[in-house]
Design a protein around this ligand. Structure first.
Ligand SMILES: Cc1ncc(COP(=O)(O)O)c(C=O)c1O
Length: 407
């Protein structure tokens, strides 16, 4: 059974009362999720009892740190149906995509090659490719949205694929909560001979992603959106893709040997991790993954979906509110963007904050999507496994009150 009360009790921050006396209602999970005690304790245990550098010292603490770092890699890789040797620790999705752009694309693409992106991408999956385009002249093709259905225009995607070398697509939109038809997108990319990268920063927090079954060449992850700490995430890459990579950051750890004449590099994932690893963060992410492994993702999804539909229906009935999401669509993540036609989005967020509701406002690092929607910004609630029906009800009544008073 999905016991929301027991679940919430594992997240100390959820019982926080804000300085104005309002209890916190945390609806900003697409930005970052809260962390359970299991994660906070694992990181604190590392710092309190075996803080040491990994893969280096010949002493007990260093052994313990190395063992914990690699045990975390095994848990995380196994959770995503991958081998530990296919997981590269990065600071998150942004660094993982840059890693692909630097270590793989700069070596395997050249002027005239085409990269397929979508209007739904986060800036993290746009700017690295624009930089590459400036540098080596690759062509960027943006697949538009079908605005009627708020989903990707798959006909345009098929067309854009012709002769493309790489496809980079977001699994689940951080603005609309829409899950793209990733399986079909990957199959079509493979059939056309393109490599494919999936930005799973949002998707991985909402469904079990199996790297091998998915069949993408690259999948990018951010731990902090799935109960883990900030500062860590990963790139899952196939052996074939890894074998085509050159170094990204150079220095310690990624080398076999160094002399004054030059250096010999390591292979595979080891080539792409340089310097002191993110030890505490990896241990924290491993603890988050162990914690998430106990959650039934189907139940979690049903829970979030029912809350999102309740919020969506309630918001759609409030005079002046336009909703830019459809949580009834299969796989939607519980992220809902909305705007009031007369109340400025920043003012609305501030008024909601006074009521204890933490949500995001702005362009959500997705300006091309904002342009496609024809808006400068949106307000966004994003729900996760610990949100409750009571929170949605109190949000709707507070939002209604604000709209009646200020709208
Ligand atoms: C879809 C998507 N991609 C990429 C990112 C960037 O992730 P990070 O800031 O963890 O590197 C985010 C963060 O919000 C996101 O939602």
């Amino acid at each position: 059974m999905y016991n929301i009360r027991e679940l919430r009790a594992e997240f100390p921050i959820l019982s926080r009362v804000l300085p104005n006396g309002k209890p916190l209602v945390y609806f900003d999970n697409a930005a970052t999720s809260q962390k359970p005690n299991a994660v906070i304790d694992a990181m604190s245990r590392y710092y309190k009892t075996y803080n040491s550098n990994a893969h280096r010292g010949a002493h007990t603490l260093a052994d313990e740190a190395t063992t914990a770092l690699e045990a975390a890699r095994e848990s995380i890789a196994s959770f995503f149906g991958a081998s530990p040797s296919n997981l590269i620790y990065t600071s998150g999705t942004t660094e993982a995509i840059n890693l692909v752009a630097y270590a793989w694309a700069r070596r395997n693409l050249s002027e005239g090659d085409a990269i397929v992106l979508t209007e739904m991408e986060h800036h993290a999956d746009i700017v690295p490719w624009q930089e590459l385009s400036k540098e080596i002249g690759v062509e960027l093709r943006f697949v538009p949205l079908d605005l009627e259905d708020m989903c990707l225009d798959m006909g345009a995607y098929r067309h854009a694929l012709q002769g493309a070398a790489l496809v980079c697509v977001v699994h689940t939109s951080n603005v609309l909560g829409i899950r793209n038809p990733i399986e079909e997108i990957i199959t079509l990319a493979k059939e056309s001979g393109a490599r494919i990268l999936i930005d799973a920063a949002q998707g991985a927090a909402h469904e079990r992603i199996n790297f091998k079954e998915l069949g993408a060449d690259f999948v990018t992850l951010s731990a902090h959106k799935m109960a883990g700490p900030t500062g860590i995430g990963g790139l899952l890459a196939t052996n074939e893709a890894l074998s085509q990579c050159g170094p990204f950051l150079t220095g310690g750890q990624m080398i076999k040997s160094v002399s004054t004449d030059g250096s010999i590099f390591r292979d595979g994932a080891a080539l792409l991790e340089t310097g002191t690893p993110r030890i505490a963060e990896a241990i924290g992410w491993g603890a988050a993954i162990d914690w998430l492994s106990k959650i039934d993702f189907n139940q979690m999804h049903d829970h979030i979906k029912s809350l999102a539909i309740m919020a969506f229906e309630g918001m759609s009935q409030i005079d002046g509110i336009t909703v830019y999401s459809d949580p009834t669509r299969p796989g939607s993540s519980g992220t809902i963007s909305f705007l009031h036609e007369r109340i400025d989005s920043d003012d609305l967020a501030m008024l909601l904050d006074e009521g204890g509701f933490a949500l995001r406002t702005g362009q959500h690092c997705a300006q091309p999507l904002m342009d496609a929607l024809g808006v400068a910004s949106t307000n966004r609630i994003s729900l996760w496994l610990y949100n409750t029906e009571e929170e949605i009800k109190s949000f709707l009544s507070y939002l209604r009150m604000i709209c009646e008073r200020f709208g």
